[in-house]
Write a protein that binds this ligand. Structure first.
Ligand code: SF4
Ligand code: MG
Length: 329
């Protein structure tokens, strides 16, 4: 057949029991084969936790994760091992995530042993050198130690390690936020090239919108453990519907130089996740909050194709904003 869409990973519904902190609360989302999905939110929004739940680095308290349409609960041990090869993570802090006593060859080569990808030391050496070249580092780095490298180089080593098992999906947990601004663009470009080269699916977790604007196809905006808006990257930037998304965009510097959006900036801090606000969780910081907002939790509703938002007032506010931009006759 022609023109069928392929769903690579099925709907992942992830729930978590309220223990002390409900980091992720009844989130459902799909990650499409070959896309880059950004998960954006302030620290404490649950974005990293959600990423780890999707990758099975954490187990969910409730809910299910599907991979290529199959529930992971039904996977055998062997299938789970293969899954671990397919799903890899790049950590935020290249310092903390690399063992200082291991050589680059040992670090990058470890997944090759773990997954029985190489047959011996010479094989591993050759493969590691190849991986280093792939991420733009000299092959000769393989005998050196992490502390000898800059942040950007260490992040490349972390990426080489993540690529070692030939994954299908890469999760970047704030992959460039620990790096100098001048190096960030290089690492973002590298990730984009690798995605093309290996046909990867990517999930990028980020606290700001600036980094993901040019690399993501879709954006999920999280607030206090829930997705409040999910849309294409263009829609998120051109016509954000949720007041929180609008505030995030308005407070991000340099994104739209010269353009002032008629949107209030974020007010106050994020509430402590252990004492969750009633109704809409954003109501304590939202300039548009009403009594309904304080009492009734807005569902994440589908507002158009591939577009979801959780706000009681999105359409009314949208109308007001649009008419405010039209000059009177
Ligand atoms: Fe603001 Fe109400 Fe919408 Fe929540 S539901 S974002 S409080 S307007
Ligand atoms: Mg985090």
């Amino acid at each position: 057949a022609a023109g069928l869409s392929k769903i690579f990973k099925g709907p992942a519904s992830v729930f978590s029991k309220p223990k002390i902190v409900q980091a992720v609360d009844r989130v459902s989302l799909r990650v499409w084969h070959g896309e880059t999905l950004a998960i954006v939110g302030e620290s404490g929004s649950g974005k990293s936790t959600l990423g780890r739940l999707l990758l099975q680095l954490l187990s969910a308290s409730e809910g299910d994760v599907f991979y290529e349409g199959r529930n992971l609960r039904q996977f055998s041990t062997e299938q789970m091992k293969n899954l671990r090869r397919d799903l890899q993570i790049i950590f935020q802090d290249p310092f903390a995530s690399l063992n200082p006593r291991m050589t680059v060859e040992e670090i990058v080569g470890e997944p090759l042993w773990l997954h029985n990808i190489v047959s011996g030391k010479a094989d591993r050496q050759a493969r590691v050198r190849e991986l280093l070249t792939t991420v733009g580092l000299p092959a000769a780095f393989s005998n050196r130690y992490p502390h000898e490298f800059s942040g950007g180089q260490r992040q490349r080593i972390g990426i080489a390690r993540a690529l070692a098992s030939s994954p299908k999906l890469l999760l970047g947990d704030e992959p460039v936020s620990a790096l100098d601004v001048s190096v960030q663009a290089q690492v973002v470009n590298l990730l984009e090239n690798l995605k093309q080269q290996f046909g990867l699916t990517m999930i990028v977790v980020a606290h700001g919108l600036a980094v993901i604007r040019h690399m993501s196809d879709r954006v999920a905006v999280m607030y206090l453990g829930q997705i409040v808006e999910l849309a294409s990257t263009d829609d998120i930037f051109d016509q954000p519907l949720h007041p929180y998304t609008q505030a995030l965009i308005a407070s991000a510097p340099l994104l739209t130089p010269g353009v002032k959006r008629p949107v209030p900036l974020l007010q106050g801090d994020m509430p402590n996740p252990s004492s969750m606000p009633s109704g809409c969780r954003f109501h304590t910081r939202c300039a548009y909050a009403t009594d309904e907002c304080r009492q009734v939790e807005p569902p994440l509703e589908t507002v158009s194709v591939n577009r979801m938002v959780a706000c009681h007032r999105w359409s009314e506010l949208q109308r007001d904003r649009t008419s405010a931009l039209v000059p009177p006759p």
